[in-house]
Design a binder for this molecule. Structure first.
Ligand SMILES: *Cc1c(COP(=O)(O)O)cnc(C)c1O
Length: 342
């Protein structure tokens, strides 16, 4: 039972079939029909006019944020954001863009928290060029950014000449959970991403969507970074298959995450939050070291990832069945019986 991440999913025989059949061409020449099809499909789904197929979510974020800010400018985001915690400092290291962060107890972004942080041209403060919001919020237990609040942030950014980047690695999870469409969120952003290789089950790939003009610039920068594709339509075909077949079923992952948490609660009621929003459960390990919890779980056939010395994470996905998730919760509940709330 591998619940370390929803990136561990394997392409199914049907997905591999779609990959094998895909017509391909040289994408640096703009001649891969399957990539072009995926990009058109992604743009339409995300409520934007153009999209770019990227090898990872980190690359799509790197380009999306770069489109908002010049070297020496800053982008504001949550202290738990993937762009500041899990992208190896790329935005600063490669593009000279700094970040300043807000913190919220629940990972939900609110315009009231962002507004006081913005600094406009003043001659001595770093100019804020944009805002980044992650939906769902990975390190905040898969929290959903409510559409209404993203709308308020978007309106604020628009009125003040700031760009808005939405890291939508798991935007499809937010949509399936709330009934909003990808375009409802995507059209509020200047630049928006959607990962095909998380819960959607493709082996590789993330879409970045925006205006044709921005996507054209991103295409050049992607090449500059050494990440142009050639006959990658075989990978794009997996993405198309994922978008056509694996979106609605995310509801099952959310159900499994709730069932998992319910089992953990039986052994350690304090260890998991009352509400599980999507497919991610952040588990508090209390007085037990998270490394020990991960090691003991591993011995019993359950793989989890460590988030901090007192937190582990379980992510449900299409390669772990509902009964397996219940069993995983049972295993973890037993392990945590040795722990006390910290
Ligand atoms: C996984 C993830 C990404 C992208 O990760 P890659 O491994 O680079 O594809 C971006 N943002 C969030 C919130 C993620 O969870």
């Amino acid at each position: 039972m591998d619940l370390r991440s929803d990136t561990v999913t394997m392409p199914t025989p049907a997905m591999r079939d779609a990959m094998a059949q895909a017509p391909v061409g040289d994408d640096v020449y703009g001649e891969d029909p399957t990539i072009l099809e995926l990009e058109a499909m992604g743009a339409a789904l995300l409520g934007q006019e153009a999209a770019l197929f990227c090898v990872t979510g980190s690359l799509a974020n790197l380009l999306g944020v770069w489109l908002l800010a010049e070297r020496g400018e800053e982008v504001l985001c949550d202290a738990k954001a993937h762009i500041v915690r899990a992208e190896m400092g790329a935005h600063g290291a490669l593009h000279g863009i700094t970040t300043r962060t807000w913190s919220t107890p629940d990972g939900v972004a609110r315009v009231e928290d962002i507004e006081p942080m913005v600094s406009f041209d003043s001659g001595h403060l770093v100019r804020t060029a944009g805002v980044e919001v992650e939906n769902t919020m990975n390190f905040a237990g898969g929290a959903i950014q409510p559409l209404d609040q993203v709308r308020q942030i978007s309106a604020y950014c628009h009125d003040h000449g700031l760009g808005l980047h939405i890291d939508g690695a798991r935007l499809a999870n937010a949509c399936v959970a709330t009934g909003a469409s990808l375009a409802d969120y995507g059209s509020l952003a200047t630049t928006v991403t959607l990962c095909l290789s998380k819960g959607l089950g493709a082996p590789v790939g993330t879409l970045l969507a925006s205006t044709p003009d921005r996507i054209a610039r991103a295409r050049v920068q992607r090449k500059r970074l050494g990440a142009g594709w050639r006959q990658a339509g075989i990978l794009a075909a997996a993405g198309i298959y994922a978008l056509e077949n694996n979106v609605d079923r995310l509801a099952e992952d959310h159900e499994s995450a709730r069932a998992f948490a319910q089992e953990v609660r039986r052994g350690a009621a304090w260890a998991v939050p009352d509400q599980i929003a999507t497919n991610i459960v952040v588990v508090d390990t209390g007085t037990m070291d998270a490394d020990l919890v991960v090691a003991q779980a591993e011995e019993r056939g359950l793989r989890l990832s460590k988030l901090s010395s007192t937190q582990v994470r379980a992510v449900t996905h299409l390669d772990v069945s509902a009964p397996e998730c219940v069993e995983a919760g049972r295993v973890l509940a037993e392990i945590l019986q040795e722990a006390q709330p910290a």
